[in-house]
Ligand binder design. Structure first.
Ligand code: 5GP
Length: 114
C-alpha cells in the first residue's frame, strides 16, 4: 500500500495546515511556502489522479469543481483575479504527485509576467 500524500494527511488533521475551503470532493489549503499574498492549493480529496492530464481525462467535472473553488478563493482572499498553475512531472517542478492547482492572487507588480 502506498502512503497517503502530504495533502491527505493535512486534510485528516495528522499534519497541521490551514484549510481555506472544503466541498464534498475538493479542499484547499494555504501553501506553506507562499509565492504571492494569496497562494492556495486546491486539491481533490481522492488521490487517484497524479496530475491534471489524468484528472481531465478521468473526471472533468471534478476538474471544473476545482477551478470553481479556485475562483471562490480569489474572490474571498484577493481581488477576484487569479493565476492557476499545475505542475506536471518532476522536471516541471511537481513535487507532490496528488494533483493540485496552485492559486495565486494579488501578485506583486514584478510577478505579472511569465
Ligand atoms: P508542486 O511542487 O508539487 O507543484 O507543489 C507542492 C506544493 O506543496 C509546494 O508549493 C509546497 O510549498 C507545498 N507544500 C509542501 N509541503 C507542504 C505542507 O506540509 N503544508 C503545506 N501547506 N504546503 C506544503
Amino acid at each position: 500500500m502506498t502512503e497517503p500524500s502530504i495533502f491527505t494527511r493535512i486534510l485528516g488533521g495528522e499534519i497541521p495546515g490551514e484549510i481555506l475551503a472544503e466541498t464534498d470532493r475538493v479542499f484547499a489549503i494555504r501553501d506553506i511556502n507562499p509565492q504571492a499574498p494569496l497562494h492556495a492549493l486546491v486539491i481533490p480529496k481522492t488521490e487517484q489522479y497524479r496530475d491534471v492530464t489524468e484528472l481531465a481525462a478521468g473526471d472533468p467535472g471534478l476538474l471544473a469543481e476545482l477551478v470553481q473553488v479556485a475562483k471562490e478563493l480569489a474572490v474571498e482572499h484577493a481581488n477576484g483575479e487569479y493565476r492557476l498553475i499545475f505542475n506536471n512531472g518532476a522536471s516541471a517542478a511537481q513535487s507532490v504527485f496528488h494533483v493540485h492547482a496552485h492559486v495565486l492572487g494579488n501578485l506583486p507588480e514584478d510577478r505579472l509576467v511569465g
